[in-house]
Design a protein around this ligand. Sequence first.
Ligand code: SAM
Ligand code: SF4
Length: 325
Amino acid sequence: MMMDAFNRKIDYLRISVTDRCDLRCKYCMPNSGVQPLAGQEILSYEEILRIAECFARLGVSRIKITGGEPLVRRNVIDLIFKLKRVQGIEKVTLTTNGTHLAEFIDGLSEAKIDAINLSLDTLNPELYQKITRRNALPKVLEGFQKALDYPNIKLKINCVPLGIPEQNLLEIAELAKNHPVHVRFIEMMPIGLGRNFPFKSETDIMQELEQAYGSLEPFNEVLGNGPCRYYSLSAFQGKIGFISAMSHKFCDSCNRVRLLANGKLKTCLQFDHGVNLKDIIRSGSSNQELEAMIKQALESKPREHHFTKKFITETETKSMFQIGG
Ligand code: SAM
Ligand code: SF4
């Protein structure tokens, strides 16, 4: 079992496989001028597998594949297939914008992916285009529909409220009414371009939902990898969840670390702390040395984020598409 300096059990690893994306969500990635990592700066799948095996030996049992957009990296299904077979890894899940979901859902199912989080902020094609700067909603909805045919893959919708009146959160919530999926609202975090958006809190969204559908009843089971708190609404098939890093800080129970596409092991979303495992691997280190570096990095995992403080000194300068959420 892997514990950090604050006695938190770390058993969940998010792996970003690419910093490339086919969308340009305004709160995540600039429209132009982004220089993607060069091929040799990115961890190869062999390197990712080796690192995942080290983490599994140290006690990590769940892995999330993210990006950029993970489905734009070639053969990512093959990586998922292999990660699922790493001893000690119980669950491998994926976060995707869904533009390539229809194409890959079969392969994902064959690779035995456990769950997919689909990011979807609106069902309105014009607003979708405005937020993502791409006209991809029909493809995403096709992927969503197709994914519903795979009951062995747990499907969740992730929606980031942008604090703009055009965004109809009720129509997103209703995906959980009309389909057996959970819908989670994720508070915008002041990371990268996310800083430019007005903040809409969990409380505001709850009020909106309760006015429309009646009271939200707390649902006290854990349904995923951590910080989401779920509620039931009568007549809804799925739950409504909230991941509220700002208004309901969950650092005390943080169970995760992040491996970025460039090999950096990032121990807290906000801070630029961490070690580059790619450099360690490529310098010819043994697995034992690699595991020692991982443990050492964990010792300096910060206690908590300081997003709500006005003046912060050591903040992360990367954007979400480079971190993976
Ligand atoms: N491209 C994939 C996707 O969109 O699901 C995976 C990577 S994306 C960075 C992961 C998640 O981070 C998405 O659900 C996205 O909405 C969310 N995200 C991006 N910037 C954010 C921010 N500033 N605050 C909160 N969530 C953010
Ligand atoms: Fe791409 Fe996901 Fe960021 Fe949107 S949120 S730009 S889909 S990485």
